[in-house]
Design a protein around this ligand. Sequence first.
Ligand SMILES: NC(=O)c1ccc[n+]([C@@H]2O[C@H](COP(=O)([O-])OP(=O)(O)OC[C@H]3O[C@@H](n4cnc5c(N)ncnc54)[C@H](OP(=O)(O)O)[C@@H]3O)[C@@H](O)[C@H]2O)c1
Length: 267
Amino acid sequence: MQSMPQLGVGTFRLEGEVARKTVSDALSTGFRHIDTAQFYGNEEEIGNAIQTAGLPREELFVTTKVWHDHLDKGHFIPSVHESLNKLKMAYVDLLLIHWPSPNDHIPMESYLASLKQAKEEGLTRHIGVSNFTMAQIDKAVEILGEGEILTNQVELHPFMQNRQVVEHCKQAGISTTAYMPFAVGEVMKNDELKAIADAHGANPAQVVLAWMEVKGIHAIPSSTNKDHLQANFDYTAVTLSEDDVARIDELDNGERIVDPDFAPQWD
Ligand SMILES: NC(=O)c1ccc[n+]([C@@H]2O[C@H](COP(=O)([O-])OP(=O)(O)OC[C@H]3O[C@@H](n4cnc5c(N)ncnc54)[C@H](OP(=O)(O)O)[C@@H]3O)[C@@H](O)[C@H]2O)c1
């Protein structure tokens, strides 16, 4: 069985045929870790791409996320069955709470009990959270116990490094998965990242992925372009020096991209 691969492919904003083709291209490139969510509306197309690829199920690591409309007891487990039907699989590898319930409308004790139930019923191999603050992580660990939460998926890129949250999760034995690792393409335009990339005969996207690996952070960039998928997959050819890493560390300016009105009080 797969543990969570360091690199996955994201699918936010990808709809219909674009979602199907992207996942199909990603699988033929060698990606085995796919990130989707109920909210993205593309589980069906992703299921089609996975089914057509015909890879052994145990080689794949598929993540989906329960949207906050489905966190109540009556909707949670049925919504996971619906995701699995669309994905055409008996289980996902990782089931995440996409966002903490806005204003604790649904108590955390309730939706984490449903999350645990999904694991106990074999609907997912691992469970985790997304967009959780440090206080919410502490509360979740108190509710579920240590060792239950695999990862906290949060916005993280060179311009928003979220260091406190990463360190806090690490202390609790929880990994961090970076969403929007390329700041939705902004990293490609940054002069410092371009200079580091040039020195390695690489591109800024590859440099960012190599930096995340040094930091022990998983990454799930998206790309609809087959050449970009290949370049991202080949990031392991880049070995950063300590000086490169320090230069990228300097780029943090707390520039948050995702901040909907239902977001928690960020750390
Ligand atoms: N948990 C959450 O709340 C949450 C929120 C947001 C996102 N996510 C997840 O995180 C994933 C990644 O975030 P994202 O897709 O918004 O942003 P991203 O991965 O930071 O950036 C995607 C952009 O980077 C470009 N790109 C990718 N590889 C490239 C390369 N090698 N060279 C040049 N450009 C490249 C893509 O363009 P091309 O298509 O042209 O390559 C696309 O415009 C999402 O797809 C989703 O799965 C989770």
